[in-house]
Ligand binder design. Structure first.
Ligand SMILES: C[S@@+](CC[C@H](N)C(=O)[O-])C[C@H]1O[C@@H](n2cnc3c(N)ncnc32)[C@H](O)[C@@H]1O
Length: 471
């Protein structure tokens, strides 16, 4: 007899088959009509699960026992898998990760948006391991106790990544597969030295302690490396033994900086910076354009993935050399600069003042003079500055790359008024993208095609680039 959803209660145990993978990476099954989301579960697994939360619309569960494995299961290579919230799909064959992500984009457009655009086959990431050019590690005196395989090490020392949804607990690691081996070796040297020196680690509850973060960045194309030691207060001499140890083992390190912040949030963004070695800057390239990267400047975290994404944008824009392009939500201008060689002019808009300064400097350093960047909060900028906007060259092509929340409704209205004949919408959140595309489609834009792009293998993230043409 089929089970009723009334039997689903906190701590109740059920045998189920996982039907699909939901956004966010949890496995999904149904008991009667109740959707149940199961952490670390894969499609086609037969599982014994235990309910941990029951809500009216859905429940959440954990795996008690795997009764039959999914045919797409692969042993996760990372020993911290499932305790670390980062790579939730690591135990799933990469080709299956891709097909699931593509299907998720398809489902969002057809079910949620009731739109039926052509969805192109997902583009796999150029590299599936070591693809991040930046990793930010946190420190803390509250070590996360791993579920099944805890080392039993003291619990008052941890350097690694935050345990999922726990700002106060740190998963203690000695390597991350999303950065390359050289940076893992650097990380281990720093970790050991910090432990030897008995540095007080930052307590995010009491806001005491000294060392907060270790951030390591490497230019993918240049090999230049930056280590940023983030501390709560400024006593640079205290870091000298760590700096000496790093340079003794890795004399090739380009720069070491100390960012200082007493912020109560979980930020590694320094209010002040001291340069301890080198110039405080490294470089990387995207599409032949060189970028200067300082500790606090934003740069795409997956260099090759960004190049692939920008290739899709360039292909969709199909520029002839004369067009005016607007890059909206331009960050440090990397899409604008990428397209500048093929466009007449590019105008970029971005809210963060430092990012705009970076964009201007990046243009100047690369000898690009057909790009102009403006500081603008796009939520209201167009309504509040009609004269300024009226003096700008109007766009033939507009590229929007908003944050996860998508386009602000007031800005969306303005965009429809501006009326570019071609619109390229880059999104890291298909749910808000489909909401905005539905609005654009009812305002005379045809959704020509959608290209899903995987930039972050093993995570639940997926980017989608949409091409819209004014009819
Ligand atoms: C997804 S990022 C895109 C960055 C850039 N296009 C790139 O490829 O590197 C979104 C950008 O939008 C900016 N942003 C967020 N809200 C904004 C707003 N209301 N007005 C202008 N820019 C905003 C963020 O600061 C961030 O740089």
């Amino acid at each position: 007899m089929p089970e009723s959803s009334d039997t689903v209660k906190k701590n109740s145990v059920h045998d189920v088959k996982i039907e699909s993978l939901a956004f966010g990476g949890k496995g999904m099954t149904r008991i009667a009509n109740l959707a149940v989301f199961v952490r670390d579960a894969l499609p086609d697994q037969h599982l014994r699960i235990k309910i941990i939360h029951k809500k009216k619309q859905y429940a959440e569960a954990i795996i008690e026992e795997i009764l039959a494995q999914s045919p797409d299961y692969v042993p996760p290579p990372c020993p911290y898998f499932s305790d670390c919230g980062g790579c939730v799909l690591q135990n799933l064959e990469y080709s299956k990760q891709l097909s699931i992500k593509e299907q998720q984009v398809r489902d969002v457009f057809t079910h949620l948006g009731r739109l039926n655009p052509a969805i192109l086959p997902v583009k796999p990431a150029p590299e599936i391991w070591s693809y991040r050019n930046k990793m930010e590690f946190s420190t803390g005196p509250n070590r996360w106790i791993m579920k099944d395989k805890d080392s039993g090490a003291p619990t008052d020392f941890a350097i690694g990544l935050h345990a999922p949804r726990r700002y106060d607990k740190i998963l203690d690691i000695d390597a991350c597969l999303l950065q390359d081996d050289e940076r893992n070796r650097i990380f281990r040297v720093i970790r050991t030295k910090v432990k030897d020196l008995d540095f007080p680690l930052y307590n995010s509850k009491s806001h005491e302690g000294y060392l907060r973060n270790i951030v390591i960045r490497k230019g993918h194309y240049t090999g230049e490396i930056m280590v940023n030691l983030v501390t709560r207060d400024e006593t640079p001499d205290r870091l000298s033994p760590v700096v000496n140890e790093i340079l003794k083992n890795f004399p090739n390190i380009t720069t070491i900086v100390n960012n200082i912040t007493d912020s109560l949030g979980m930020t590694a963004f320094g209010k002040k910076e001291n340069i301890l070695h080198g110039s405080g800057i490294i470089h990387d390239m995207i599409g032949g354009i060189s970028y200067e990267i300082s500790a606090n400047s934003f740069f795409q975290t997956n260099t090759c993935g960004a190049e692939q994404l920008y290739d899709v944008i360039e292909d969709f824009a199909d520029l002839t050399g004369h067009e005016t392009v607007w890059d909206l939500y331009c960050g440090t201008g990397s899409i604008a600069l990428y397209l500048s060689q093929k466009a007449g002019k590019v105008v970029g808009f971005e809210m963060i003042s430092d990012a705009v300064k970076n964009a201007r400097r990046n243009a100047e350093k690369n000898g690009i003079n057909n790009c102009h960047f403006f500081e603008a909060n796009l939520d209201k900028f167009f309504q509040n500055n009609p004269e300024f906007i009226g003096k700008l060259p109007m766009p033939d092509v507009a590229v929007v790359d908003p944050p996860r929340a998508g386009l602000h409704p007031d800005f969306l209205k303005e965009l429809i008024q501006i009326n570019p004949s071609k619109l390229i919408y880059v999104s890291c959140n298909p749910a808000t993208q489909v909401r905005d595309l539905a609005e654009l489609s009812s305002s005379g834009y045809n959704i020509d095609k959608i290209q899903p792009v995987d930039m972050f293998p093993h995570t639940a993230h997926i980017e989608a680039v949409a091409l819209l043409i004014k009819s």
